[in-house]
Design a protein around this ligand. Structure first.
Ligand SMILES: [Zn+2]
Length: 554
């Protein structure tokens, strides 16, 4: 009964209450300050029912957002600002056909006084007066809000927010077919919804600015070039496999007691070199990847200063570059080079085998599918000089390790089948994790088999390195992402594996036996940029031979 009474009290049209004012303003702005939106929708002839539902959605959404701001000392100022902004927006949208998105906020901030003057007009003044100033004046004359306990007001505001959202969802569902097709075909409509467009856009720009300055990336290695090759020498093909969440200590190639590298271990020790002491640049993908592909190294790399990366430099030197992703994307590393997802097959490719993908993600072996076709689509002129093919694995990404190994590749049993790792016995967590490493082992070994088929055309080789490690319950820690300074070795020690066929041009150019000494030499992600540059015979001012792992063997 008490609840019902309270509910009714919220709906009492006491216009001194902030919540009432918020919803009245929402109704006013939705119906009147959106006149360009209603004109546009009317011209699309979608029917009166749809128009009414859409108007209800806009009102409900606006009311919901304003409900959160319905506090006595706040609401009037917010509403006056939004009423005036909405009135001006209505004029500009209706008159100039502009839409209000984040880039418009940036434009506005950069507009000078002269440009602003050019936009002023009597019609703007009329819009401002009728749609903005008039309701604002009325609002400012309302009496002070009656006192209400904080938690009651908070409860009321949250309830109004929830009701507004629920109403919007129900209305959207009632016209879903028309709504989805209209929003798809007329993408600009969402930016016409005043004043939510302004609230969203200003918020988005503010968030972006708070996140640090963004601009075009600074050019690095502007003088990138390729060293001349011997007459008749084959161009390099370097497969760079970027691993995910693989930790060095669980690789049997590095001395782990369980056979997590059954396939790679069979390759001759004269071709395969697993470096046993490699540290990562970060403890999370977003931190490690940009740093791995930068020339500065861990101590000098600044993620807030956008710059080009290894792939840009290789491409500028004249090589073909292809980033193939089986994860969530390349963190802007591949923005300026050819890139593809495993789920996007090139034209004419045979479909991925059944069970390879589940609609959401693919096993890493999908990276090997249709490779020849993907390469054939690259610039032939660049291919003649060489190719750097990057494969970005899903690897051992947790916590659902059990999803990362295919059913036929789970030698360690039983494995934890939950993503709440703390709920599983630790051995099961490790079993699930080690199964992902066996999966990576097979991927790398099959990748090498594929590279061997390219040796007639290319001087082929492979470099595998993981982005960071993983905690598997040591000291109660799971997953990764600890601040670097206090991160345990499990998270910062990563596997790095080189495969160079001993009869290849690169291997024969190195001092005999020298590569084997790398196995015990400390290395890090700092070496990656420079080692790749040296591997494919590229040079630029940013190249540091002392950080090139192979330079000491030349
Ligand atoms: Zn990662």
């Amino acid at each position: 009964m008490l609840l019902l009474k309270r509910l009714l009290a919220w709906f009492q049209p006491d216009i001194s209450r902030p919540l009432t004012q918020a919803w009245l303003a929402a109704l006013w702005m939705s119906l009147l300050a959106n006149w360009p939106l209603w004109e546009q929708l009317r011209s699309l002839s979608l029917g009166t029912g749809f128009l009414l539902a859409f108007a209800g959605m806009v009102t409900a959404a606006t009311g919901a957002v304003l409900s959160l701001l319905a506090w006595p000392r706040l609401i009037k100022g917010v509403l006056v600002l939004l009423l005036l902004a909405g009135a001006a927006l209505a004029y500009f949208i209706g008159t100039y056909g502009i839409v209000f998105d984040p880039s418009m906020v940036v434009n506005m901030v950069q507009t000078d006084a002269r440009e602003t003057r050019d936009l002023l007009s009597w019609r703007l003044l009329a819009n401002l007066l009728v749609l903005g100033a008039l309701p604002a004046w009325w609002l400012l004359r309302r009496p002070r809000a009656p006192h209400q306990a904080f938690r009651h007001r908070l409860g009321g505001n949250l309830a109004a927010f929830g009701l507004g959202l629920a109403a919007m969802v129900l209305l959207a569902l009632s016209v879903f077919a028309t709504l989805s097709s209209t929003m798809r075909n007329h993408k600009s409509i969402r930016y016409m919804v005043t004043p939510l467009n302004a609230v969203y856009s200003v918020g988005a720009v503010a968030a972006r600015n708070l996140a640090g300055p963004k601009g075009p990336p600074a050019v690095i290695g502007a003088d990138a070039r390729l060293l001349p090759r011997a007459e008749g020498a084959k161009p390099p093909l370097l497969l760079l496999v970027v691993g995910e969440t693989a930790r060095a200590m669980n690789f049997s190639l590095n001395g782990y007691a369980r056979p997590t590298n059954p396939e790679l271990s069979r390759l001759p020790a004269t071709q395969l070199f697993s470096l046993g002491d490699v540290t990562s640049c970060g403890t999370a993908t977003a931190a490690s990847l940009p740093c791995m592909f930068a020339p500065q190294g861990h101590s000098a790399f600044d993620a807030d200063k956008p710059q080009e990366n290894l792939l840009d430099v290789l491409q500028r030197a004249g090589l073909a570059v292809l980033w193939l992703d089986n994860q969530s994307g390349c963190k802007a590393l591949c923005d300026r080079v050819p890139n593809d997802f495993t789920t996007q097959l090139p034209a004419g490719a045979t479909p991925l085998p059944a069970g390879m993908c589940n609609g959401e993600e693919c096993f890493d072996e999908a990276l090997l599918h249709a490779l020849d076709r993907r390469i054939a689509a690259l610039d032939p002129e660049r291919l003649r000089r060489g190719l750097v093919l990057v494969m970005h694995q899903m690897g051992s990404h947790g916590p659902a390790y059990f999803k990362r190994s295919p059913p036929d590749l789970k030698p360690f049993q039983p494995e934890c089948r939950s993503n709440e790792l703390q709920q599983c016995p630790r051995e099961q967590v490790v079993n699930g994790y080690d199964n992902t490493l066996v999966t990576t082992d097979r991927l790398l070994s099959r990748a090498i088999a594929w590279l061997q088929t390219k040796q007639a055309r290319f001087d082929a080789g492979m470099l595998y390195v993981s982005d960071h490690g993983e905690s598997l319950g040591e000291n109660g820690l799971y997953l990764h992402g600890m601040p670097y300074a206090i991160a345990p070795a499990e998270q910062t020690h990563v596997p790095m594996i080189l495969w160079l066929p001993e009869d290849g041009a690169l291997a024969t150019s190195l001092q005999p036996g020298c590569l084997a000494t790398l196995r015990d030499k400390p290395a890090s992600h700092d070496n990656l940029f420079h080692t790749v540059m040296g591997w494919v015979g590229a040079r630029a001012d940013v190249y540091k031979p002392e950080w090139d792992l192979l330079a000491g063997c030349r």
